[in-house]
Design a protein around this ligand. Structure first.
Ligand code: ATP
Ligand code: MG
Length: 304
């Protein structure tokens, strides 16, 4: 349902992105007269003219009920009647992003909590792909934490609804650092082009980052300029976890970071992988929840 900006009382900043700023806010609704009864939301405000706003609203209208996808509560149309909404009221994810968690922890994450992230991100991707939505910008700052080790996919500003099966998704949207080789050079990989496989690559980079504690494709500390990234992604060896990691984790990452899109594991195949086995899911979520609690004690809940 549509809402107005004045319906929201901003409380604090949750995060900054390319698009704009995300606030923790209270939704003043007629039925909820006191602050205690007014629901808290994440209010994502877009800069005027930001085309990603319309894209994100369109996709969340289709996909926001899907499991492990952040929920859309309301769209705030722009006052000047532009096509792009001015803001989106989203489900507040109290644990912030995985990027924030990593920062507050100050050390890499272990395999068990990472398995919880991977499994839930895969469940989210399965639901999105079934709706013909590709995310195209999966990374730790776009994976958000609820309570009890819950993980949801957020930020659909680079997403796309595939009208035809072979709609290209090679265009340079999203964050170059997490882009798959075939998105840089679709022609080199055109024989086995699968637009959904790009999200699997990004997930692989993201979970390897959680394990290493730093972005895996460039030397630590190097500025991620576009040319260096493209070189590393397209011409370098796919990065892999160190030998100390478990065989299951190493294989899981290798299946995600298969450079040839046609040989990369699908989301459905990865959900069958022993690293994210269903019988361990509850345990993995508990260990993720424990990490979130630990990080809250050391650095507060915010991502900033
Ligand atoms: P970027 O372009 O950098 O990926 P963006 O402008 O598209 O970012 P988001 O990724 O949606 O914006 O949000 C930016 C940050 O705000 C997130 O990384 C997260 O820290 C915080 N944030 C976003 N949505 C929520 C939410 N629903 N609950 C809690 N925090 C959120
Ligand atoms: Mg983001």
């Amino acid at each position: 349902s549509d809402a107005r900006l004045s319906d929201f009382e901003r409380i604090s900043v949750l995060g900054h992105g390319n698009g704009g700023t995300v606030y923790k806010a209270r939704h003043r609704r007629p039925g909820c007269p006191t602050a205690q009864t007014q629901p808290l939301v994440a209010l994502k405000l877009f800069a005027v003219g930001d085309l990603s706003a319309a894209r994100e609203a369109e996709i969340l209208r289709i996909a926001s009920d899907a499991p492990h996808v952040v929920r859309l509560h309301a769209v705030v149309p722009s006052a000047v009647g532009a096509e792009e909404p001015a803001a989106l009221a989203l489900e507040l994810m109290p644990g912030g992003s995985l990027a924030g968690l990593l920062r507050r922890l100050g050390r890499p994450m272990g395999e068990r909590p990472i398995a919880a992230v991977a499994r839930q991100a895969l469940l989210g991707l399965a639901a999105l792909h079934a709706l013909r939505v590709v995310h195209r910008d999966l990374k730790p700052s776009n994976l958000l934490l609820g309570g009890d080790g819950e993980v949801k996919i957020a930020d659909f500003g680079a997403g796309k609804v595939l009208r035809r099966r072979l709609d290209p998704c090679a265009s340079y949207v999203g964050t170059a650092a997490y882009m798959s080789p075939e998105r840089f050079d679709p022609e080199a990989y055109s024989g086995d082009y699968d637009p959904y496989a790009a999200d699997v690559w990004s997930l692989g980079v993201a979970i390897l980052e959680l394990y290493l504690g730093h972005f895996p494709l460039l030397p630590v500390g190097e500025r991620p300029d576009w040319a260096a990234l493209m070189c590393a992604i397209c011409f370098g060896e796919a990065p892999e976890p160190p030998a100390a990691a478990s065989e299951d984790f190493r294989d899981f990452v290798a299946r995600c970071l298969e450079k040839k899109a046609g040989r990369r594991a699908s989301v459905a195949e990865l959900l069958e992988h022993p690293f994210v086995a269903e019988r361990d899911a509850a345990d993995a979520r508990r260990s993720l929840a424990a990490l979130v609690a630990e990080a809250e004690q050391s650095g507060g809940a915010g991502d900033l």
